[in-house]
Write a protein that binds this ligand. Sequence first.
Ligand code: NAP
Length: 516
Amino acid sequence: MSAPPAPHVRTLIVGAGFAGVAMAIRLRAAGDEDWRLIERASAMGGTWRDNAYPGAACDVQSVLYSYSFAPQPRWSRRYAPQQEIDGYLVSVARRYAILNRVETDTELRRAAWDDAAALWRVTTSRGELTATTLVVATGALADPTMPAIQGLDRFEGAVVHTARWTPETDRLVQGRRVAVIGTGASAIQLVPGIVDEVAQVDLYQRTAPWVLPRGDAPVPTALVAAYTRFPALQRAHRAVVRSVREGTVPLFAYSSRLGRVAEARANAYRRTELPDPVLRAKATPDYRIGCKRVLISDDYYQALRRRSVDLVTDPIVSVTAGAVVTREVATGSLVEHPADVIVCATGFLPMRPPIAERIVGADGAPLAQRWDRDGVAAYKGTAVPGYPNLFMVVGPNTGLGHSSMILIIEAQVGYVAQALRHLQTTGAAAVEATESATWAWNDELQRRLSRSIWLTGGCSSWYLDAHGRNVTLWPGTTWSFERAMARFDPHVYRTIAPSRASSSASATQARSNSPR
Ligand code: NAP
């Protein structure tokens, strides 16, 4: 007897974080129940489930860091802690009856486009299925990167990444000597978060960050009551916070004069917080503000002042069984810093998501291979030529340094929902972004980005690829992103008709004629 055919679903959503949950809610609102939502972890929540290190919190005000359709009047602080955001997302998923549809412990292993059948053949850790459309909502902060430091694998204490922190890690660091590698957004929250619990923190800095005060505070109960009673008040507050942040894009990213004003503010803050000139010099950046993500914190510099915290700026050369070894810049001599635990606050793989290895296009090539060859690019951060009916949420050039990614997610989810509706209403089997539209879109993005602080500010950052192109950030405001995403634009896509016999041949022909 032959095996029964794999089950089919119209839309397979991969990843149950803010993006995947928003996509599922959107489909349900449109009356479409023909979807599945798979999640590789044993709980939903995405990056807000994973980043549970002490001190983890949002660096965008909570009034803005929530779905527009699900306001939350009861945030405890202006900048909500990780647990509250994770709880919020779960509560929204429950309210929209998505939670019980999340298929946890189900990892996408491979999704290959079958051009003849015009569908995705998908293998997960729990079996096979086919899907008409694939929505990849795995985000930019899903896969942590570990530093390539000689000997790290031979360290005899625990080595943990901030995005893999568990309650057990809390116990491990108690009263111990902790080496923290990195001084990005995660590290500057973690160090104040653990400093009272550990014996010693050696903080290894490769590049000093620009830090501005955060101005965090509890949300007064009277304000919570007012938001609850008058939701319009919270909407108005959200609009104001959003507008102020939007204003920083043209001013900060494209104007050196205003950048200087921000630098003066950050320099004054550092002078006040770090009176010791030696420590202050170590913590002073040597590139323009905004080139890397600007960090906000009320307690990072205070933590650096603690006697139990040592900011180490000499480069790490190796790790031994019980120590981190640095080379003194002045003398060239090696210095051993004994450690019990090493915490890698070394970030993620936003430009090289491992899932791109697993998505195989019409010509049999993994998406990662195309991106290695041509550079990371997608049409509107969403669709890629050669990968019909693949839609990404938080794809290339959709990241933000200045505002809430939830705004981006909602705009992109709206665009994808329109694409899915287009397929249903026209009866088309598939749509595929054309090469010409994709490169026109990306050439324009790169033209705008080339004069931005991210490329001209004198730093190297994970926003940039090996060719120095910023393939990570959206160059404008969230308003302009919303405008770009407002309407699905079928005229720039190639439509694949349901009858495959003729169109498969013409598809191959069309691809081989593509400009790059
Ligand atoms: P990150 O910004 O990529 O920072 C990684 C840090 O590790 C940098 O300081 C980097 O130094 C350092 N590093 C990497 N490899 C190293 C090596 N081999 N040796 C020494 N140092 C090394 O990562 P992150 O702090 O986890 O933040 C990532 C993103 O997560 C943020 O930009 C943000 O989007 C998000 N995030 C958000 C929040 C929030 O509040 N919403 C909080 C945390 C994180 P270099 O600068 O020299 O490369």
